[in-house]
Design a protein around this ligand. Structure first.
Ligand code: HEC
Ligand code: HEC
Length: 326
Protein backbone atom coordinates (compact mmCIF):
# COMPACT_ATOMS: atom_id res chain seq x y z
CA UNK A 1 0.00 0.00 0.00
CA UNK A 2 2.76 2.42 1.04
CA UNK A 3 4.88 1.46 -1.93
CA UNK A 4 1.90 2.11 -4.16
CA UNK A 5 1.38 5.53 -2.58
CA UNK A 6 5.03 6.48 -3.09
CA UNK A 7 4.78 5.33 -6.68
CA UNK A 8 1.67 7.40 -7.13
CA UNK A 9 3.34 10.46 -5.59
CA UNK A 10 6.29 9.99 -7.90
CA UNK A 11 3.86 9.92 -10.78
CA UNK A 12 2.17 13.10 -9.70
CA UNK A 13 5.57 14.79 -9.45
CA UNK A 14 6.58 13.58 -12.89
CA UNK A 15 3.21 14.60 -14.28
CA UNK A 16 3.61 18.04 -12.70
CA UNK A 17 7.14 18.43 -14.00
CA UNK A 18 6.11 17.50 -17.52
CA UNK A 19 3.29 20.01 -17.30
CA UNK A 20 5.76 22.72 -16.35
CA UNK A 21 8.25 21.86 -19.06
CA UNK A 22 5.37 21.49 -21.50
CA UNK A 23 5.38 17.86 -22.51
CA UNK A 24 2.40 16.58 -24.50
CA UNK A 25 -0.01 13.95 -23.19
CA UNK A 26 1.70 10.97 -24.81
CA UNK A 27 5.04 11.50 -23.16
CA UNK A 28 7.57 9.00 -21.85
CA UNK A 29 5.74 8.69 -18.54
CA UNK A 30 2.87 6.95 -20.25
CA UNK A 31 2.53 3.29 -19.44
CA UNK A 32 3.04 0.92 -22.34
CA UNK A 33 -0.39 -0.67 -22.09
CA UNK A 34 0.35 -3.19 -24.82
CA UNK A 35 3.23 -4.66 -22.86
CA UNK A 36 1.82 -4.23 -19.37
CA UNK A 37 1.28 -7.42 -17.40
CA UNK A 38 -2.05 -5.99 -16.21
CA UNK A 39 -3.74 -5.98 -19.63
CA UNK A 40 -4.44 -8.65 -22.20
CA UNK A 41 -6.62 -9.17 -25.25
CA UNK A 42 -9.68 -11.34 -24.65
CA UNK A 43 -9.57 -14.60 -26.58
CA UNK A 44 -12.28 -17.14 -27.34
CA UNK A 45 -12.47 -20.49 -25.56
CA UNK A 46 -12.36 -23.74 -27.50
CA UNK A 47 -15.75 -25.42 -27.13
CA UNK A 48 -17.80 -28.26 -28.59
CA UNK A 49 -20.36 -26.38 -30.69
CA UNK A 50 -23.11 -29.03 -30.39
CA UNK A 51 -22.83 -29.22 -26.62
CA UNK A 52 -22.76 -25.42 -26.39
CA UNK A 53 -25.95 -25.26 -28.49
CA UNK A 54 -27.60 -27.77 -26.16
CA UNK A 55 -26.40 -25.67 -23.21
CA UNK A 56 -27.90 -22.55 -24.77
CA UNK A 57 -31.25 -24.27 -25.03
CA UNK A 58 -31.12 -25.31 -21.37
CA UNK A 59 -29.99 -21.82 -20.38
CA UNK A 60 -33.05 -20.28 -22.01
CA UNK A 61 -35.58 -22.93 -20.94
CA UNK A 62 -38.02 -21.82 -18.22
CA UNK A 63 -39.20 -25.41 -17.82
CA UNK A 64 -36.11 -26.01 -15.72
CA UNK A 65 -37.70 -23.91 -12.94
CA UNK A 66 -40.27 -25.07 -10.41
CA UNK A 67 -43.25 -23.35 -12.05
CA UNK A 68 -42.02 -22.77 -15.60
CA UNK A 69 -41.51 -19.02 -15.18
CA UNK A 70 -37.77 -18.51 -14.70
CA UNK A 71 -34.68 -19.45 -16.71
CA UNK A 72 -31.02 -18.52 -16.40
CA UNK A 73 -31.80 -15.93 -19.06
CA UNK A 74 -34.36 -14.22 -16.78
CA UNK A 75 -31.53 -12.92 -14.58
CA UNK A 76 -28.64 -13.08 -17.05
CA UNK A 77 -29.97 -11.67 -20.32
CA UNK A 78 -27.06 -12.23 -22.68
CA UNK A 79 -28.11 -9.60 -25.24
CA UNK A 80 -28.46 -6.97 -22.51
CA UNK A 81 -25.02 -7.44 -20.99
CA UNK A 82 -25.54 -10.74 -19.21
CA UNK A 83 -27.37 -9.46 -16.16
CA UNK A 84 -30.89 -8.32 -15.22
CA UNK A 85 -30.52 -4.56 -14.79
CA UNK A 86 -31.92 -4.75 -11.26
CA UNK A 87 -30.26 -3.85 -7.92
CA UNK A 88 -30.97 -7.39 -6.71
CA UNK A 89 -32.54 -10.24 -8.68
CA UNK A 90 -36.14 -11.35 -8.84
CA UNK A 91 -36.60 -15.11 -8.65
CA UNK A 92 -39.57 -17.46 -8.76
CA UNK A 93 -42.78 -16.01 -7.23
CA UNK A 94 -41.22 -12.55 -7.45
CA UNK A 95 -38.84 -13.17 -4.56
CA UNK A 96 -36.14 -10.56 -4.08
CA UNK A 97 -32.63 -11.97 -3.87
CA UNK A 98 -29.97 -10.63 -1.48
CA UNK A 99 -27.39 -9.52 -4.02
CA UNK A 100 -26.82 -8.03 -7.47
CA UNK A 101 -26.63 -10.47 -10.39
CA UNK A 102 -23.17 -10.41 -11.98
CA UNK A 103 -22.83 -10.78 -15.73
CA UNK A 104 -22.35 -14.20 -17.31
CA UNK A 105 -20.38 -12.59 -20.13
CA UNK A 106 -16.72 -13.59 -19.80
CA UNK A 107 -17.51 -15.48 -16.56
CA UNK A 108 -15.23 -18.25 -17.85
CA UNK A 109 -12.36 -15.90 -16.96
CA UNK A 110 -13.30 -15.82 -13.25
CA UNK A 111 -10.90 -17.54 -10.89
CA UNK A 112 -13.95 -18.69 -8.88
CA UNK A 113 -17.68 -18.07 -9.35
CA UNK A 114 -20.05 -15.84 -7.30
CA UNK A 115 -19.22 -12.62 -5.47
CA UNK A 116 -17.88 -14.70 -2.59
CA UNK A 117 -16.27 -17.40 -4.73
CA UNK A 118 -18.31 -20.27 -3.28
CA UNK A 119 -18.37 -22.19 -6.59
CA UNK A 120 -15.09 -23.34 -8.11
CA UNK A 121 -16.16 -23.69 -11.73
CA UNK A 122 -19.00 -22.83 -14.11
CA UNK A 123 -20.09 -26.47 -13.83
CA UNK A 124 -20.26 -26.22 -10.03
CA UNK A 125 -22.23 -23.00 -10.36
CA UNK A 126 -24.73 -24.14 -12.99
CA UNK A 127 -26.78 -26.53 -10.83
CA UNK A 128 -27.24 -24.08 -7.95
CA UNK A 129 -29.84 -21.68 -9.39
CA UNK A 130 -32.12 -24.51 -10.58
CA UNK A 131 -32.57 -25.76 -7.02
CA UNK A 132 -32.27 -22.43 -5.20
CA UNK A 133 -35.79 -21.84 -3.78
CA UNK A 134 -35.38 -18.09 -4.30
CA UNK A 135 -34.13 -18.35 -7.88
CA UNK A 136 -35.61 -21.10 -10.08
CA UNK A 137 -37.14 -23.18 -7.26
CA UNK A 138 -36.92 -26.44 -9.17
CA UNK A 139 -35.04 -29.67 -8.60
CA UNK A 140 -32.62 -31.62 -10.72
CA UNK A 141 -34.53 -34.92 -10.47
CA UNK A 142 -37.61 -33.30 -12.06
CA UNK A 143 -35.45 -31.61 -14.68
CA UNK A 144 -33.92 -34.97 -15.65
CA UNK A 145 -37.41 -36.51 -16.03
CA UNK A 146 -38.48 -33.57 -18.20
CA UNK A 147 -35.39 -33.72 -20.44
CA UNK A 148 -35.61 -37.50 -20.88
CA UNK A 149 -39.26 -37.14 -21.88
CA UNK A 150 -38.50 -34.54 -24.54
CA UNK A 151 -37.38 -36.13 -27.83
CA UNK A 152 -35.29 -33.21 -29.02
CA UNK A 153 -33.41 -32.94 -25.72
CA UNK A 154 -32.92 -36.67 -25.22
CA UNK A 155 -31.57 -37.03 -28.79
CA UNK A 156 -29.18 -34.13 -28.30
CA UNK A 157 -27.91 -35.54 -25.00
CA UNK A 158 -27.54 -39.02 -26.53
CA UNK A 159 -25.54 -37.58 -29.43
CA UNK A 160 -23.26 -35.61 -27.13
CA UNK A 161 -22.73 -37.96 -24.19
CA UNK A 162 -22.49 -41.75 -23.92
CA UNK A 163 -24.54 -41.64 -20.70
CA UNK A 164 -27.25 -39.31 -22.02
CA UNK A 165 -29.20 -37.06 -19.65
CA UNK A 166 -27.41 -36.79 -16.29
CA UNK A 167 -26.95 -33.97 -13.82
CA UNK A 168 -23.24 -33.73 -14.68
CA UNK A 169 -24.04 -33.50 -18.40
CA UNK A 170 -26.66 -30.79 -17.80
CA UNK A 171 -24.12 -28.77 -15.82
CA UNK A 172 -21.39 -29.34 -18.39
CA UNK A 173 -23.64 -28.28 -21.30
CA UNK A 174 -24.70 -25.04 -19.61
CA UNK A 175 -21.08 -24.29 -18.71
CA UNK A 176 -19.97 -25.07 -22.26
CA UNK A 177 -22.48 -22.50 -23.55
CA UNK A 178 -21.23 -19.96 -21.00
CA UNK A 179 -17.69 -20.51 -22.28
CA UNK A 180 -18.86 -19.19 -25.68
CA UNK A 181 -19.94 -15.91 -24.05
CA UNK A 182 -16.67 -14.08 -24.55
CA UNK A 183 -17.05 -10.53 -25.87
CA UNK A 184 -14.24 -10.10 -28.38
CA UNK A 185 -13.07 -7.07 -30.35
CA UNK A 186 -13.77 -4.18 -28.01
CA UNK A 187 -12.03 -0.93 -28.96
CA UNK A 188 -9.53 -1.63 -26.14
CA UNK A 189 -8.72 -5.07 -27.58
CA UNK A 190 -8.28 -3.52 -31.00
CA UNK A 191 -5.96 -0.94 -29.48
CA UNK A 192 -3.96 -3.59 -27.62
CA UNK A 193 -3.71 -5.54 -30.89
CA UNK A 194 -1.99 -2.61 -32.58
CA UNK A 195 -4.71 -0.30 -33.89
CA UNK A 196 -3.65 3.16 -32.68
CA UNK A 197 -6.95 4.72 -33.73
CA UNK A 198 -9.29 2.22 -32.08
CA UNK A 199 -9.87 4.33 -28.97
CA UNK A 200 -10.74 8.00 -28.60
CA UNK A 201 -8.22 10.40 -27.04
CA UNK A 202 -10.38 10.52 -23.93
CA UNK A 203 -10.46 6.73 -23.66
CA UNK A 204 -6.68 6.59 -24.09
CA UNK A 205 -6.20 9.16 -21.34
CA UNK A 206 -8.61 7.16 -19.22
CA UNK A 207 -6.66 3.95 -19.82
CA UNK A 208 -3.44 5.66 -18.73
CA UNK A 209 -5.12 7.02 -15.62
CA UNK A 210 -6.66 3.62 -14.85
CA UNK A 211 -3.17 2.10 -14.84
CA UNK A 212 -1.38 4.99 -13.12
CA UNK A 213 -3.66 5.53 -10.14
CA UNK A 214 -3.93 1.80 -9.47
CA UNK A 215 -7.38 0.69 -10.67
CA UNK A 216 -5.53 -2.08 -12.48
CA UNK A 217 -3.96 -3.30 -9.22
CA UNK A 218 -7.32 -5.01 -8.73
CA UNK A 219 -9.06 -4.91 -12.13
CA UNK A 220 -6.52 -6.67 -14.32
CA UNK A 221 -6.10 -9.59 -16.71
CA UNK A 222 -8.08 -10.17 -19.90
CA UNK A 223 -11.44 -9.57 -18.15
CA UNK A 224 -10.13 -6.58 -16.13
CA UNK A 225 -11.37 -8.36 -13.04
CA UNK A 226 -12.34 -11.83 -11.93
CA UNK A 227 -8.81 -12.72 -10.88
CA UNK A 228 -8.80 -11.90 -7.15
CA UNK A 229 -10.82 -11.05 -4.05
CA UNK A 230 -10.48 -7.61 -2.53
CA UNK A 231 -12.12 -5.78 0.30
CA UNK A 232 -14.75 -3.21 -0.57
CA UNK A 233 -13.53 -0.31 1.52
CA UNK A 234 -9.75 -0.72 1.53
CA UNK A 235 -9.21 2.98 2.13
CA UNK A 236 -12.44 4.03 3.87
CA UNK A 237 -15.24 2.12 5.63
CA UNK A 238 -17.84 1.62 2.89
CA UNK A 239 -20.29 -0.27 5.10
CA UNK A 240 -20.25 2.26 7.91
CA UNK A 241 -21.11 4.98 5.38
CA UNK A 242 -23.84 2.93 3.70
CA UNK A 243 -25.29 1.38 6.87
CA UNK A 244 -27.74 -1.52 7.16
CA UNK A 245 -25.17 -4.33 6.84
CA UNK A 246 -26.56 -7.72 5.76
CA UNK A 247 -25.02 -11.19 5.63
CA UNK A 248 -24.49 -10.79 1.88
CA UNK A 249 -22.17 -7.87 2.69
CA UNK A 250 -19.74 -10.20 4.49
CA UNK A 251 -18.60 -11.49 1.11
CA UNK A 252 -15.77 -14.01 1.05
CA UNK A 253 -15.98 -14.36 4.86
CA UNK A 254 -19.21 -16.35 4.38
CA UNK A 255 -17.17 -19.03 2.63
CA UNK A 256 -13.90 -19.06 4.57
CA UNK A 257 -14.95 -17.83 8.07
CA UNK A 258 -11.61 -16.02 8.03
CA UNK A 259 -11.94 -12.58 9.64
CA UNK A 260 -9.45 -11.15 7.15
CA UNK A 261 -11.94 -11.96 4.38
CA UNK A 262 -14.86 -10.01 5.80
CA UNK A 263 -16.23 -7.64 3.11
CA UNK A 264 -13.97 -9.10 0.43
CA UNK A 265 -15.64 -9.64 -2.94
CA UNK A 266 -14.50 -11.03 -6.22
CA UNK A 267 -13.21 -8.06 -8.18
CA UNK A 268 -15.84 -7.81 -10.92
CA UNK A 269 -14.92 -7.77 -14.59
CA UNK A 270 -15.14 -4.32 -16.16
CA UNK A 271 -15.81 -5.75 -19.61
CA UNK A 272 -19.13 -4.41 -21.01
CA UNK A 273 -19.56 -2.49 -17.79
CA UNK A 274 -21.64 0.25 -19.45
CA UNK A 275 -24.36 -2.38 -20.01
CA UNK A 276 -24.57 -3.80 -16.50
CA UNK A 277 -25.84 -1.05 -14.22
CA UNK A 278 -26.70 -0.86 -11.39
CA UNK A 279 -23.29 -1.53 -9.86
CA UNK A 280 -21.62 -3.14 -6.84
CA UNK A 281 -22.70 -6.31 -5.07
CA UNK A 282 -25.49 -4.37 -3.39
CA UNK A 283 -26.69 -2.74 -6.61
CA UNK A 284 -26.76 0.69 -4.95
CA UNK A 285 -24.83 2.61 -7.59
CA UNK A 286 -26.77 3.56 -10.70
CA UNK A 287 -24.19 5.31 -12.90
CA UNK A 288 -20.68 4.56 -14.07
CA UNK A 289 -19.66 8.04 -13.02
CA UNK A 290 -20.68 7.35 -9.43
CA UNK A 291 -19.09 3.86 -9.44
CA UNK A 292 -15.76 5.36 -10.51
CA UNK A 293 -15.92 8.09 -7.84
CA UNK A 294 -16.82 5.53 -5.17
CA UNK A 295 -13.89 3.33 -6.21
CA UNK A 296 -11.52 6.28 -5.98
CA UNK A 297 -12.81 7.16 -2.50
CA UNK A 298 -13.16 3.71 -0.97
CA UNK A 299 -10.41 1.75 -2.74
CA UNK A 300 -7.76 4.36 -3.49
CA UNK A 301 -8.30 7.16 -0.97
CA UNK A 302 -8.44 9.86 -3.60
CA UNK A 303 -10.88 12.34 -5.09
CA UNK A 304 -10.99 12.51 -8.86
CA UNK A 305 -11.49 15.67 -10.93
CA UNK A 306 -14.52 15.74 -13.25
CA UNK A 307 -12.34 15.45 -16.37
CA UNK A 308 -10.58 12.42 -14.89
CA UNK A 309 -13.91 10.74 -14.23
CA UNK A 310 -15.04 11.43 -17.77
CA UNK A 311 -11.78 10.02 -19.20
CA UNK A 312 -12.12 6.91 -17.05
CA UNK A 313 -15.73 6.56 -18.20
CA UNK A 314 -14.62 6.81 -21.83
CA UNK A 315 -12.06 4.07 -21.19
CA UNK A 316 -14.60 1.80 -19.48
CA UNK A 317 -16.98 2.27 -22.41
CA UNK A 318 -14.17 1.16 -24.73
CA UNK A 319 -14.34 -2.22 -22.97
CA UNK A 320 -17.66 -3.11 -24.61
CA UNK A 321 -17.11 -5.95 -27.04
CA UNK A 322 -19.22 -8.01 -29.42
CA UNK A 323 -21.89 -10.05 -27.66
CA UNK A 324 -22.02 -13.55 -29.17
CA UNK A 325 -25.31 -14.23 -30.94
CA UNK A 326 -26.52 -10.63 -30.64
C1 HEC B 1 -33.30 -15.27 -9.96
C2 HEC B 1 -32.19 -14.76 -10.69
C3 HEC B 1 -31.14 -15.73 -11.17
C4 HEC B 1 -31.32 -16.87 -11.92
C5 HEC B 1 -32.62 -17.48 -12.38
C6 HEC B 1 -29.99 -17.37 -12.22
N1 HEC B 1 -29.05 -16.55 -11.67
FE1 HEC B 1 -27.05 -16.72 -11.89
N2 HEC B 1 -26.78 -15.34 -10.47
C7 HEC B 1 -27.77 -14.59 -9.87
C8 HEC B 1 -27.22 -13.85 -8.77
C9 HEC B 1 -27.97 -12.90 -7.87
C10 HEC B 1 -25.86 -14.20 -8.70
C11 HEC B 1 -24.84 -13.73 -7.66
C12 HEC B 1 -25.01 -14.60 -6.43
C13 HEC B 1 -23.87 -14.48 -5.47
O1 HEC B 1 -22.75 -14.13 -5.89
O2 HEC B 1 -24.06 -14.79 -4.29
C14 HEC B 1 -25.60 -15.12 -9.81
C15 HEC B 1 -24.35 -15.64 -10.16
C16 HEC B 1 -24.11 -16.36 -11.30
C17 HEC B 1 -22.80 -16.67 -11.82
C18 HEC B 1 -21.47 -16.24 -11.25
C19 HEC B 1 -20.89 -15.06 -12.01
C20 HEC B 1 -19.73 -14.43 -11.31
O3 HEC B 1 -19.20 -13.45 -11.81
O4 HEC B 1 -19.36 -14.87 -10.22
C21 HEC B 1 -22.98 -17.43 -12.96
C22 HEC B 1 -21.91 -17.98 -13.88
C23 HEC B 1 -24.41 -17.61 -13.10
N3 HEC B 1 -25.07 -16.93 -12.09
C24 HEC B 1 -25.03 -18.38 -14.07
C25 HEC B 1 -26.36 -18.77 -14.00
C26 HEC B 1 -26.94 -19.91 -14.71
C27 HEC B 1 -26.18 -20.81 -15.64
C28 HEC B 1 -28.26 -19.95 -14.37
C29 HEC B 1 -29.30 -20.97 -14.79
C30 HEC B 1 -29.01 -22.36 -14.45
C31 HEC B 1 -28.50 -18.84 -13.47
N4 HEC B 1 -27.32 -18.19 -13.23
C32 HEC B 1 -29.75 -18.50 -12.96
C33 HEC B 1 -29.09 -14.56 -10.27
C34 HEC B 1 -29.70 -15.56 -11.00
C1 HEC C 1 -8.34 -2.54 -4.01
C2 HEC C 1 -8.99 -3.13 -5.17
C3 HEC C 1 -9.72 -2.22 -6.14
C4 HEC C 1 -9.28 -1.05 -6.72
C5 HEC C 1 -7.95 -0.34 -6.50
C6 HEC C 1 -10.34 -0.62 -7.59
N1 HEC C 1 -11.38 -1.50 -7.56
FE1 HEC C 1 -13.09 -1.34 -8.60
N2 HEC C 1 -13.86 -2.90 -7.56
C7 HEC C 1 -13.18 -3.65 -6.63
C8 HEC C 1 -14.10 -4.55 -5.99
C9 HEC C 1 -13.76 -5.58 -4.91
C10 HEC C 1 -15.36 -4.30 -6.55
C11 HEC C 1 -16.67 -4.96 -6.16
C12 HEC C 1 -17.12 -4.35 -4.86
C13 HEC C 1 -18.49 -4.78 -4.45
O1 HEC C 1 -19.43 -4.64 -5.23
O2 HEC C 1 -18.62 -5.26 -3.34
C14 HEC C 1 -15.17 -3.25 -7.54
C15 HEC C 1 -16.18 -2.72 -8.34
C16 HEC C 1 -15.98 -1.81 -9.37
C17 HEC C 1 -16.98 -1.39 -10.30
C18 HEC C 1 -18.42 -1.88 -10.34
C19 HEC C 1 -18.45 -3.20 -11.10
C20 HEC C 1 -19.77 -3.92 -11.06
O3 HEC C 1 -19.98 -4.79 -11.91
O4 HEC C 1 -20.60 -3.65 -10.19
C21 HEC C 1 -16.39 -0.48 -11.16
C22 HEC C 1 -17.05 0.23 -12.33
C23 HEC C 1 -15.02 -0.35 -10.75
N3 HEC C 1 -14.80 -1.17 -9.66
C24 HEC C 1 -14.10 0.48 -11.35
C25 HEC C 1 -12.89 0.82 -10.74
C26 HEC C 1 -12.06 1.94 -11.15
C27 HEC C 1 -12.34 2.85 -12.32
C28 HEC C 1 -11.01 1.97 -10.28
C29 HEC C 1 -9.93 3.01 -10.19
C30 HEC C 1 -10.42 4.37 -9.94
C31 HEC C 1 -11.18 0.86 -9.36
N4 HEC C 1 -12.33 0.20 -9.67
C32 HEC C 1 -10.27 0.54 -8.35
C33 HEC C 1 -11.83 -3.57 -6.34
C34 HEC C 1 -11.04 -2.48 -6.68
Amino acid sequence: MLARKILRLTFLCIAFTSLVIGCSSDDEDDIDLRNSADFAVLTANTVDADIAALGKKLYEDKQLSGDGTVSCMSCHDVAKGGDDGRPTSLGINDQEGPINAPTVLNASYNVLQFWDGRAATLEDQAGGPIENPKEMGGNIADVIVYLKGDTEYSNAFAAAFSDGVTEANIRFSIAEYERTLVTLNSPFDQYLSGDDDAMSEAALRGAQLFAKIGCSDCHNGPALGGSSFEKLGVAKDYFKDRGNVTEADYGRYNVTANEAHRHQFKVPTLRNIELTDPYLHDGTVTTLDEAIRKMATYQLDMTLEDDEVSDLTAFLKALTGEIPGA
